[in-house]
Design a protein around this ligand. Sequence first.
Ligand code: 1HA
Length: 270
Amino acid sequence: RNWTPIREYEEIRFEFWEGIAKITIDRPRWRNAFTPTTVKELSEAFAIARERADIRVIFLTGAGNMAFCSGGDMHVKGLGGYIDAGGVPRLNILDVQKQIRSIPKPVIALVNGYAIGGGHVLQVVCDLSIASENAVFGQTGPRVGSFDAGFGASYLARVVGQKKAREIWFLCRQYKADEALEMGLVNKVVPFESLEDEGVAWAQEIMRLSALAIRMIKAGLNAELDGQAGIQELAGDATMLYYMTEEAQEGGRAFLEKRAPDFNYNKRPS
Ligand code: 1HA
């Protein structure tokens, strides 16, 4: 596949091919642990992927055959959190989690190895997860002095159930790909060599369907879980669709033409 770079980064790769944007965390030497720079780059890439109409599906993966992502880089973890180049503690990976959830396009995690700690939460918040047979899953927070009580807890529990989520966090065990599949943590497990092919097959199946329908269903699935923020997103989509109606167009036209709107109620669907 002829993946072409969308933008050059230091710690991630951001590429495009036939409707798919691929975001690869590129720090294999550190099992693809993320630093504040990685997080900033991820956030920018997801923002671009959101805006570009020719991007229909997004892959998130890790470089190499060892790790998807091993969470926050422990070398830059100081008091107050992960310290950026300016010395400011930041935990902006939580913003990336929110971006993945609210981006109105499917995000597919291609889990190519260890998905651990904050790296595991990243695969949890993706819409779909395809894992290679060598993938390993788990949280480590209570062992290394951290925890993610946000999506990493509540959304994980929605995915695998309360008992399993508590087991994952309270025991900090590692789970193999087949166990992850069994508990509903991933959608499919394939040999490492077929991981990207499988992802592309899923993406192409999705891209044959209605993008707007998929956007609405993602917003709907989130809305139930995300309270007012989730409903806001679904409502934003409803407003977007309303703008496309003659009725809404007439309201805007009438204002600009300084006349009373003529809402033709006969044409309104009942
Ligand atoms: O919990 C949060 C947050 C919560 C709320 C809000 C924001 C959050 C943001 C982040 C996080 C976290 O991610 S906390 C959890 C941090 N991550 C971990 O606890 C995982 C640490 N890594 C491991 O357990 C293992 O490395 C591994 C199971 C992923 C792989 O094991 P393996 O194959 O035996 O490799 P290993 O030898 O351990 O690692 C290779 C090299 O990569 C090592 O360096 P070297 O000895 O060669 O110099 C290792 O230190 C380095 N490395 C691996 N993971 C990390 C790392 N270096 C820094 N940070 C890492 N996370």
